[in-house]
Design a protein around this ligand. Structure first.
Ligand SMILES: NC(=O)c1ccc[n+]([C@@H]2O[C@H](COP(=O)([O-])OP(=O)(O)OC[C@H]3O[C@@H](n4cnc5c(N)ncnc54)[C@H](O)[C@@H]3O)[C@@H](O)[C@H]2O)c1
Length: 258
């Protein structure tokens, strides 16, 4: 039996159809949360939402939205607060990896613009769309929690993932600025996954291993990461055990950032 510390609370998860977003949605719903699941991939979103609702018995509301588009984000946030009376947790997670293998000077302008708008602007837009209502919620001692998904790439600065790495440096800065601006009612922290098998790697261990080999990266704990390795940290950051932590960017990559 898990502790249902999220009972009566809502969680809004972007990029929720797959990977870390999906894994976290199951974990939060198992702990009692009702879920707003946001994704651009309508088919996978419907499938994931139905499965979580069926397995956990919680309310799971799918909302199709491109997080890089402010009109879609505003409409999504409005609908989220019509469906649930609170959003206690925002997991700002949607992200893409494009243009692997090109050094910083070879990234094309449209690739740069695309990844910046999804990975960085998207997290800013979603936080902007919910912070006022989140701050006004009457939970004690915190009215809400924001958790951003950055990456070990934001610390390692991977030459073959230059634009991606820069977006994740930006997400870390965004997290700290949210923490400073929204305290004391709201905390904001970031998780920094290392190398995990998810949709961003076509769910292929081989794809992850290729990047590790190319970059000559060794994982001190000796294995590629799983979704659950990151979900466990998300559960901690969503729980009362982390209520005195804000503005922190926490690597969860088997020691890859040491
Ligand atoms: N997998 C890893 O090893 C790893 C490492 C570090 C950080 N991350 C980060 O984890 C986050 C989640 O990715 P994942 O690894 O679970 O991959 P994933 O591809 O399985 O999940 C990402 C989800 O985001 C959705 N998405 C993409 N663009 C969107 C948009 N514009 N609007 C709304 N939804 C959109 C996708 O449809 C997908 O469902 C990303 O921010 C990624 O950068 C992943």
């Amino acid at each position: 039996m898990v502790d249902k510390f999220l009972e009566g609370k809502g969680a809004l998860i972007t990029g929720g159809a797959s990977g870390f977003g999906r894994g976290t949605a199951y974990a939060f719903a198992e702990r009692g949360a009702d879920i707003i699941l946001v994704d651009i991939n309508e088919e996978q979103l419907e499938e994931t939402s139905k499965d979580i609702a069926q397995k956990t018995g919680r309310k799971v509301i799918p909302i199709v939205c491109d997080v890089s588009k402010s009109d879609q984000v505003d409409a999504m946030a409005k609908q989220a607060y019509q469906e649930l009376d609170n959003v206690y947790i925002l997991f700002n997670n949607a992200g893409i990896g494009v243009a692997y293998g090109k050094n910083i000077c070879r990234v094309r302008e449209e690739q740069w613009d695309h990844i910046m708008s999804v990975n960085l602007k998207g997290q800013w837009l979603v936080a902007k769309s919910i912070w006022r209502k989140m701050k006004a919620q009457k939970f004690e001692p915190l009215s809400g929690k924001i958790i951003c998904n950055a990456s070990a790439a934001g610390l390692l600065l991977i030459p073959e993932l230059p634009a991606y790495s820069i977006t994740k440096v930006g997400v870390m800065a965004l997290t700290k600025l949210l923490a400073k601006s929204l305290a004391p009612q709201i905390t904001a922290n970031a998780v920094l996954p290392g190398f995990h098998i998810t949709g961003i790697y076509m769910n292929s261990e081989e794809a992850v291993q290729t990047v590790l080999d190319d970059q000559n990266i060794k994982i001190p704990l000796g294995r590629i990461g799983t979704v659950d390795d990151v979900v466990d940290l998300l559960v901690y950051l969503a729980s009362p055990a982390s209520n005195y932590i804000t503005g922190q960017c926490i690597p969860v990559g088997g020691g890859v950032c040491i």
